[in-house]
Design a protein around this ligand. Structure first.
Ligand code: NAD
Length: 266
């Protein structure tokens, strides 16, 4: 089995990387930065997001596992002290693989037939760089509303505990293949109206955002922020691809929610 390690580049993460690399090599596993079967992410959730995007071209062949060197993360849920146990389980292949849904993002342009496509593990957001964002929101080909405000966020179930949660979205269990649209400070008065509630869409639905003002938008895909010019539309749907996580012990999603937001014994 081949492995790779992604770190946050702080001293503790680097030390743990050397330790894990040494142990795994002693067990006869091969370090392969290009085609790993398993990727250890050492740092935080952000480190795992980076690892996901680095190996996005081989999601079917690579499983991820996260060790946190700061606070408990949603993806980075192993403690540094558990690294030896983790490495032994990897070497003995004593783990299950669980899969979480992803978001597919397609950006169409006014001036070309080019389509930019992305996969998000957490979410994609759309904001206007200068003026209020005005977007027509279409659900399954039908006009739903005209949004005016700071921005819109479409999140995955595993991303529902991230930016989506800060926007008042619901926490969605990642066993549900869904995506969730939340508003960022919508303008609502007698003239302008949006639904005001987060929308949870199933996997066979799609959502298209069409700009009403200004063709340039800041579109985020997880930690990546990209300025897109001359945007004609932005399409969202639940991707047919999934991300794979190696699970070495039960750590149910709701327990992670509890430990992250309510109380943890760490
Ligand atoms: P980062 O690594 O500092 O992450 C920011 C925070 O988000 C960290 O505390 C991290 O643990 C947490 N986080 C990331 N994914 C999570 C998840 N699925 N569930 C619960 N918490 C999660 O910064 P970054 O590398 O730029 O990370 C990008 C992410 O930051 C984005 O995907 C977005 O979800 C999040 N974000 C949140 C807000 C907000 O809450 N207001 C604003 C911008 C971005």
């Amino acid at each position: 089995m081949k492995f790779a390690i992604q770190t946050r580049n702080d001293t503790l993460s680097e030390r743990l990387r050397d330790e894990a690399k040494g142990y795994l090599s002693d067990f006869g596993l091969e370090y392969d930065e290009n085609e790993p079967d398993i990727v250890l992410s050492i740092g935080g959730d952000g480190t795992l997001l980076h690892a996901f995007h680095k190996y996005i071209h081989r999601l079917q062949h690579t499983a991820f596992v996260g060790i946190h060197t700061g606070h408990l993360g949603f993806y980075a849920d192993w403690k540094p002290l558990e690294i030896e146990k983790l490495v032994i389980s990897i070497a003995r292949k004593e783990y299950d693989v669980i899969e979480y849904p992803l978001l597919e993002v397609r950006i169409n342009y006014r001036t070309s037939d080019e389509v930019a496509t992305y996969l998000a593990l957490n979410e994609s957001t759309v904001k206007s760089p200068e003026v209020t964002l005005v977007m027509d929101v279409e659900l399954n080909g039908e006009h739903f509303e005209r949004f005016r405000g700071d921005g819109l966020c479409m999140s995955t179930p595993s991303g529902s505990t991230a930016y989506n949660k800060a926007l008042g979205g619901a926490i969605i269990h990642p066993a549900l293949p869904a995506m969730q649209l939340t508003e960022m400070a919508s303008i609502n008065n007698r003239v302008f109206r949006t639904v005001g509630s987060p929308l949870v869409l199933p996997s066979h639905h799609n959502c298209v955002l069409t700009p009403v003002n200004g063709p340039d938008f800041m579109v985020t895909i997880d930690h990546l922020q990209l300025l897109h010019k001359d945007v004609k539309s932005i399409e969202y749907k639940v991707s047919g691809q999934r991300v794979r996580f190696a699970r070495f012990r039960p750590f149910p999603f709701w327990k992670r929610v509890h430990d992250s937001f309510i109380a943890s014994d760490e």
